[in-house]
Design a protein around this ligand. Sequence first.
Ligand code: ANZ
Ligand code: ZN
Length: 812
Amino acid sequence: MQTYNPKEIEEKWQQVWAQTNAFEPSQDFSKPKKYILSMLPYPSGEVHMGHVRNYAIGDALARYARQMGFNVLHPMGFDAFGMPAENAAIKHGVHPKKWTYENMAKMRQEFEALGFSFCQEREFATCAPDYTKIEQQFFIEMYQKGLVYQKKAWLNWCPHDKTILANEQVIDGRCWRCDCLVEQKEMPQYYLKITAYVEELLAGLKALEGHWPNQVLRMQENWMGKSSGMAFSFSLDEKSQELLGHSQGLEVFTTRIDTLYGVTFIALAPGHPFVQTLLDKGVLDPMATKEIIAIQNTNMRTRALEKRGVALPLKAIHPLTKEPIPVFVANFVLENYGSGALMGVPGCDPRDYEFATLLNIRVVPLIVGQEVPCNDEGILQNSHDYNGLSTTEAKEQLSTLFEEQGLGQKVINYRLQDWGISRQRYWGALIPMVHCASCGLVCEKLENLPILLPENVVIDGEGNPLDKHPNFRDCTCPQCGGKAQRETDTMDTFFQSSWYFLRYTTPKELWDKQAFEPKELAYWMAVDTYIGGIEHAILHLLYARFFTRALRDLGYVKLDEPFLTLITQGMVLKDGAKMSKSKGNVVTPREILNKHGADIARLYIHFVAPPHKELDWNDQALEGAARFLRRFYEKSFLAQPCDDAPKMELSSLSAEDKQARQKVHTALQKCHDIFNQAVPNYPFNTLIAACMEALNALEKSTNKEVWTEGYYILTHALEPIIPHVCFEIAQRLFNLSNFRPLKVDSKALEQDHINIAITINGKKRGLVSVLKDTPKEELLEAARQEVEKWLEGQKVLKEVVVPAKLVNFVIA
Ligand code: ANZ
Ligand code: ZN
């Protein structure tokens, strides 16, 4: 017997796999395919347990699919643009490109050491020139189709460093680098028109029901935030019209027209045109002006703020009561939602209530018998003709009235905004646009792509490195041929991750020639199973779903939904807390690899928790996994080497032999059941438990053939999880270099246990599973226990046993 030496075994097999290109997909498109994809990592240089878990899940699925004879695409790449590389440049003076590529090399090595069966040939980094080229092509084609446009937006601006800051670089309103107060600056930005697809993106979620985690579907739905309500205008009194210099009404959007009689104020977003007009005309007093500018200068992209507001010298007229209503600027009103103005109903809406309390605004209770604010349905009061009606009835009647009298119309609003993709950063894909003094904004010519980043830049956190470059901006106008200037904005890195899964379908030789190879694209897409962290539940998945449709409309792909099944893995914790450097509770994959090797690490990860649950790191369980693996390896020497699948003489088996076979085949059954779940969550922990039981049962058998068959099956069932050791054993015992689909011997399963139906007066009340030759008294006892609650307090008149079928109790 040999002792288990993971290092030797794992290095050997990793070499074999690399040398034989074991995991490259075949070009034989007549074979059924599986596209198994784990989310690609950001190359931070550090592989963490979250990665290992994510990739261990994907790898299990890919390996099982190969066993079953599928042509499998299981690629890996790097999401290689982004801010950390630039921060490293600012802090340590290392070029982002060098930093990124070095990190990728480190991570790739670690993935190899973990035995992940990634297709090597199609690996790419999203910062590669051929990738940027296609991306810029998409951008231009989208621009020409109206799917990209420019619009002004408020950005965080550090006046000291003269640079735009990402939201995560603003800490408590201050610049992360120089600590000075951040201002808001309005600048033109590029947007992708995701809102044009909102209905389709919402409708598409229906088809994913049962295939994606419910939580993710709900998060996507909420993010898009469809809501139906009414849009209508309040007119302004004469004095207000004079101040504004026009007689336009003030449009609001409400989902609760039934609360109209409770309106005691109107609130405008800080950037509402009326506010701007008043500021421009200089009709506000200095205090108010100052406060409004202060509010405009705070980051106001969320509603969940401490309320702040200023009264304006405007009066709106209530459309039904004709009473005057005060108008305010308020920081909780969103500019880009509805009309950027709302009717304040502090008796109902808690946000309005908070604001009203702060600014001493009248509160009218609207719902009978309820404290203010009450947002619920109920019976109305203080609502004139509508008193005594339910809120639902009032809503119907008032919307009908408004529509009939032309006062307002029903509208649908979405929370979803167009996707702003401009980033004022260096380490990203350049936006391929040119500014020409005579032609305006012009797309770069397709034949000039890719437009690549200059490498000789100074990255010090002050200003935009591209603006400071001596000649990067200089170019000729693609339209008039005159002198022009390049755009220096780069794209949001979500742009890259929105289509990388499509790119993997295309062989590497074609990457600098075309976006996709149409036949391969059609064959491989959609991704059969996509695995990743819940932190990507909203944006990444939504953008990828949108992008796929946008590329469909540009003629590149012929599908709508890119990911058929989604698995979101739970977080990896230590002592109940997220692993983090600051908490000092990080367990690195490297230390586990060094101490135990890849198979034990993988077995452990799959054994302690099913994929969707949190995994709380537990050293004892790790030891348990290590013990099982050693035993599994060492006991394999008790099996008899044989070429190919072992044969079995069934007639001479003892009870222990049968029991062992039953457990082994149960494990195989479990394996097939889990990997083929209709609504998948892949509880691999139960598969491992079944294999452990099978090994225990084998140890009670002395039959070599049973052992040999046992190992033949268990190496297959466990290969997706602990591949190296399974390959090693399968090669030594069975001369196997590939695993194959195995059938469960249903006779082996039935062997010992039979199901007995329990009836009372002929009515089925339960079922017990017992050993085949269970004595009558024992069987009756088990049956009585099974239907205990039905027999309680009853007098049993007769007990009938129909052998191997049923037990019937006759009661009075
Ligand atoms: C009166 C009211 C009474 C409202 C009530 C709600 C509850 P959802 O449902 O999320 O779509 N609103 C309208 N425009 C807004 C803006 N630009 N920024 C912030 N809030 C705005 O939200 C629609 C409701 O949010 C609208 O209905 C409006 O307040 C407010 F008991 O009108 B409601
Ligand atoms: Zn020009």
